[in-house]
Design a protein around this ligand. Sequence first.
Ligand code: ADP
Ligand code: ADP
Length: 224
Amino acid sequence: SAGLALEKISFAYPNGPQLAFDLKVEAGDIVSVMGPSGSGKSTLLNLVAGFEQPLSGKILVDGKDVTGLPPHQRGVSMIFQENNLFPHLTVEQNVGLGRSPSLKLSPKDRKAVASAIERTGLRGKADRLPSALSGGERQRAALARVLVQQNPILMLDEPLASLGPALKDEMLDLIKELHQSQGMTILMVTHDPQDALRLARTLVFLEKGHIVATGTTQELLREG
Ligand code: ADP
Ligand code: ADP
């Protein structure tokens, strides 16, 4: 597994607010990112993923400076609240994209795809289009793609927000299981303190584009 660091990162949208982040995440930790709407949670994840470029500062994955690298070379996988899948591709193809952007899959790749589909409980649904899946199944397919990508870091931006309580439990269990088996370092944005308590050892709290608290989830949420 790999640690993650944001070193003196500063960022601003055109005509937007200033954001600044300093953060060290230990290898193998699960971190929940919380804070009011507009506090910078998505931006923090997008900076790590490489969808946004900082004005200054460095992003390190496993001690390696990835600041200038394109998203696919950073060792980081990302899951959003929804729309993680291409609608015109089957589950199997969507998962396969985690191995090869052109879907030219070796026998070994195909095996990895089949195994990821199995592990996320989607056996028998490999040939379906996303529109023929439930919301929970779509999120599981997105996790299957993360499995075959084999990146050391996983970031999830409110992955549970559009799921009902039962599906949410299922996703949380699956994320935990992946954490245990793959040893990934995980950052998850959530609004729900219960999700944070159930999943994350560490909590990072943002306000107005800055990290205002970091600590163990238990301590921070107990003290209110
Ligand atoms: P979230 O659910 O994370 O709060 P938002 O509703 O803030 O998401 O943002 C949804 C989309 O709108 C994102 O792509 C974000 O980059 C964009 N966005 C948010 N705020 C602004 C803004 N002030 N100006 C332009 N785009 C914005
Ligand atoms: P959160 O995810 O915590 O809701 P965001 O990271 O989406 O917060 O937004 C942080 C701040 O940046 C907010 O003030 C938001 O309005 C602003 N913002 C987000 N996206 C854009 C954008 N594309 N253009 C301008 N401002 C944006």
